[in-house]
Design a protein around this ligand. Sequence first.
Ligand SMILES: [Ca+2]
Length: 383
Amino acid sequence: MQRICITIFNPYIVRNQKISKMDNIKQIIKPIGFFLLLGFLSCKNEDTRKDYVLNQKQMQDSLFPKIIMRSDTNTEGMVWINGGEYLMGGDNEQADRDEYPKHAVRVNGFWIDATEVTNAQFQKFVEATGYVTIAERVPTWEEMKKLLPPNTPKPPDSAFVAGSLVFQKTKNAVNLNDYGQWWAFVKGANWRHPRGEGSDIKGKENIPVVHISWQDAMAYCKWTGKRLPTEAEWEYAGRGGQHGKIYPWGDEKVDEGKSKTNSWQGKFPYLNTKTDGFEGIAPVKSFAPNGYGLYDMAGNVWEWCFDWYHTDYYATFQNKIADNPQGPLSSFDPDEPYTPKKVVRGGSFLCNDGYCSGYRVARRMKSSMDTGLDHTGFRCVKN
Ligand SMILES: [Ca+2]
């Protein structure tokens, strides 16, 4: 079942400063109407949680029965990562509570894409399968009312709009708790039109595809005979063979020395000095790879992982080695307890040290599986 709960992505919750969830939602999804938001809040995806017991291949077949794996799938553009053990979790004072306890993890060997999936690659998938991303779909009332309390009246037709959330630089400094000030729901925004109607991806073939939901990423993975990385695989790959380092490149601070990633320099979200050369998304391979030959494991765009997000997941591994962990059985985010979320990793072109420090290799972030934004993409892995 496809879901239409375009729930809130909050990449920048500032620790110890809570804000009203309803206030956020009202600001971000203005065009949809307040009573539809009740549906977003009650969208618990219970049937999807049951799907968890299936392996990822079975889940792909269940979600996308009409997508046939391409016949020429291979490991071109991928890097083999030998299995091994490492310590997963926070490495410095910026680490959030959900990055602890730091714990031992063993992962099996796997192939991983050297780069984030590009517009050109995603276009081939769409041309071959006719797949339509969630951001391109107009929600229907039949779908919507399954998520609403009984007898909720049908909203006006104008409330049913296809679109996605787009970053808008603010004019001045703003309250960093209020991310509704720099995220706007834009009609017509999707992977083909990243900034909405009038924008396109011509000349941007080598840029990571964005406005991709977790479900869209899973569909692409099925077509390529691949899968999404687990969170443990992602962090293991991101560390590039180093132990206990803060970033994929080591411990040098993000804005010291040579540019190492596409992030935000200056004052977020109103002043971007672009000393790394990019205000928005950069083409893949614009910065040096990590020790495993993987590009943009920090910055550029957030990357979906397979796992549910649970704030206390790491605590379940205290004093034992996590053996190829596949994520928790259910999701829990205390910031939005009614919204099941999947893990995203790696940070984006919007990250800086004054805010989310998403380029730290242990940084965990989360998003509703239906949400696409103009800084969220993915890469695939393969056994
Ligand atoms: Ca930048």
